[in-house]
Design a protein around this ligand. Sequence first.
Ligand SMILES: Nc1ncnc2c1ncn2[C@@H]1O[C@H](COP(=O)(O)OP(=O)(O)OP(=O)(O)O)[C@@H](O)[C@H]1O
Ligand SMILES: CC(C)(CO)[C@@H](O)C(=O)[O-]
Ligand code: BAL
Length: 376
Amino acid sequence: MPLVLPLARRFPLPVHTTLSSLRAWRSLAHEQRKSVGFVPTMGALHDGHLSLVRRSLQENDLTIVSIFVNPTQFAPHEDLSTYPRTLDSDLQLLSSLFVVPPSQHPQPQPQLQSQPQSQSQPRTVAAVFAPTPEVMYPSGYSSAQGTSTSTGSGTIVDLPSLSQQLEGLSRPHFFRGVSTICTKLFNAVLPHRAYFGQKDIQQALVIRRMCRDLLVQYPEEREVHVVPTARAGDGLALSSRNAYLTPPERALAPHLYQALLAVRDEWTRNPTREVLGVFEGRMQDLGRRAQEEDVSVRLDYVELSWGDTLDPYEGPREGVVPPNLGQGGQGVREREGEQSLEVQGGAPVILSAALWVGKTRLIDNVILGDDRGIVY
Ligand SMILES: Nc1ncnc2c1ncn2[C@@H]1O[C@H](COP(=O)(O)OP(=O)(O)OP(=O)(O)O)[C@@H](O)[C@H]1O
Ligand SMILES: CC(C)(CO)[C@@H](O)C(=O)[O-]
Ligand code: BAL
């Protein structure tokens, strides 16, 4: 556990709003051979974001957080205009975060050394990047929301693989917007490491794949880290959009995670698609509870997917033991001299779901089997 201290910053948190000022900061970090960790966000920060920031503070000399509500990932019927924008309190939260790093941590590149004297000193966020849409989209953009200029349609990044399943089916525009903005943010920040949350697991996997496919160096695919989902005491995954929930909706919202856990439990006995029946049963119970409370709930999707391709899990792959048997070393098949994820029982399986509670769309997931190939 990182040590979090109630300290005061010696200097105000620098907020870069232009590319030139960000790049000057980045050049200095480069000259000083500091490792740079990056946490991209859309603001309205909560403890889930802060868990990503803490992880970056532990692992990097310098941590930079971006706050940008990216228009190209919103569909016309979605909440771009009402998305919570709380820059002042976000900056306050980030300013008050201090973490004492472990004395040893892995460096992304051999030539990057932490300053020995800074290793035991508390680290705090080094900078925030809070650009305008004009900075991020110099040629304008064309999105599901419309175009930003009369001619506007800047370059987009699109990954058909991994983007079309699950969230991509419900939000067809979404991953194009996310992979485009993350490419731009990575090009601007040039981070050694980037941190994403497991709550948005597909997003993190899309970004990893993008870094691989586009030969991105900052960060390399293996330096795109996934941090476990931070939850409220009752299990609800923290999310900026939880602020939209009314009290009776908020009271019902944890049922999503409880249903996922019930399936995960069943999976240890029966690793087949039949476990989805457990989820359906839980949703029927929730439907009855919601009716009593006069709350509308609607399941958008629930799916079991292979952790590498995100294709639906229909059953074990040819020649590979079922994923859950890879846990605890049971049923492990090894090829000679090789100990890959695959021989530990195949890629993990992800159980994910999206549920409408009133006007709020909640997403959540759990990983079935060995999650070490995903959450690291
Ligand atoms: N509960 C959480 N635990 C860990 N990471 C999280 C959590 N919630 C969000 N994140 C991560 O924080 C990063 C920024 O996410 P974002 O700013 O969209 O916040 P959000 O709470 O997911 O918002 P939204 O409600 O719009 O989905 C993403 O990598 C996201 O996965
Ligand atoms: C990664 C991201 C910051 C891109 O806008 C956003 O999708 C988010 O906050 O998860
Ligand atoms: N948390 C991912 C960003 C989005 O849902 O728009």
